[in-house]
Design a protein around this ligand. Sequence first.
Ligand SMILES: CC(=O)SCCNC(=O)CCNC(=O)[C@H](O)C(C)(C)COP(=O)(O)OP(=O)(O)OC[C@H]1O[C@@H](n2cnc3c(N)ncnc32)[C@H](O)[C@@H]1OP(=O)(O)O
Ligand SMILES: O=C([O-])CC(=O)C(=O)O
Length: 369
Amino acid sequence: MTIKEKYVPGLEGVIASETAISFLDTAKEKIIIKGEDLIALSKNNDYLDVVNLLLEGELPSSLEKVALEDKLKQHYDLPEKVIELLKLLPKQTHPMDAQRTGISMLSGYDDDLDDRSPSANKERAYQLLGNLPTLTVNSYRVLQGQEIVAPKKDLSYSANFLSMITGKLPTELETKIFDQLLLLYSEHEMPNSTFTARVIASTQSDIYGALTGAVASLKGNLHGGANEAVMYMLNDVKTVAEFEELMLKKLQKKEKIMGFGHRVYMKKMDPRALIVKKALKELSAQAGDDLLLEMCEAGERLMEREKGLYPNLDYYAAPVYWMLGIPIPLYTPIFFSARTAGLCAHVIEQHENNRIFRPRVNYIGKAYS
Ligand SMILES: CC(=O)SCCNC(=O)CCNC(=O)[C@H](O)C(C)(C)COP(=O)(O)OP(=O)(O)OC[C@H]1O[C@@H](n2cnc3c(N)ncnc32)[C@H](O)[C@@H]1OP(=O)(O)O
Ligand SMILES: O=C([O-])CC(=O)C(=O)O
């Protein structure tokens, strides 16, 4: 038995891929997506611009953007049998699991499933991006015993998604903030879910399988599931003082506080969280209610003081989702919907230049001769 290489738990700092899609440039404090800075894009562009950037390699002209939105709208309606399948799920099914089941089933409607070419994969990406708002919202509604809602093709992509969730026509501010969340969640280099998708794709498996695995990865509360956990924690208390007390108790018990820390941004605040914190300020001012903002800011100060840890995107996304009137169990499925753009870009790239992922281990088991 030989020990070959130093093992790095969690593969911290290990280079898993070469990619032309994105890079967290911590030295320059930029999240690079195909050469553009995601934070700058979040101020002047919208989610569909980034979808185009990820899948076509450039920001769209206004005509291209209209064409992109029309293309997604052609895929808003789901096959009837997908809805029927969702209705068969046990009522306690987590919405992420329902979303995962729906995505998995969509592979059965693909007439050319064995085609791994970039053009075929790209068409699937657009189809999935069109399907996902309808799938995400209705899988949750079915579990709640609510009626299916139809997408509204006269609204923008993000306004339709949000209005299907809340049942109301969103204001301009609400649509802008929801769209900004989708944009900020769209792609983030090599998180666990993207790694999962690329590992699956590297066996020459299809995009549906890769995304199905990625949903399961994103569900965990060390990853995408943290946004829901943050909101449950905020809802457990009523005042800033109670929130601080709750956090201190958790720290004393050596529990992790959801929404803090990040493998890549450990010593700084996630730049996306700063943008979303601003959105929370806007929504709080509009509602004339600063309580969630004050609680979150107090939590942020406490974690810096006690642990030297900073908020990640999920920490401020949770109260923003809440103020937009979004049910908590949809927070992570919405994250996944947004991330579909980045995940599809990664699967396309993996299929284009593939070598199967097959690492080795250091054996620490029972001795053998
Ligand atoms: C959009 C996203 O998916 S962002 C990630 C969302 N996830 C969360 O918010 C969950 C909470 N955060 C965490 O669990 C972690 O910070 C992760 C998973 C994000 C990163 O994990 P890692 O890079 O493996 O860091 P690791 O867990 O080793 O933490 C390093 C140290 O900081 C501590 N730490 C890290 N995050 C937290 C936290 N949220 N609360 C309390 N302590 C923490 C750890 O206990 C550890 O301390 P130790 O060295 O004394 O043992
Ligand atoms: O990068 C990560 O590890 C997790 C994350 O923030 C994301 O996926 O957006």
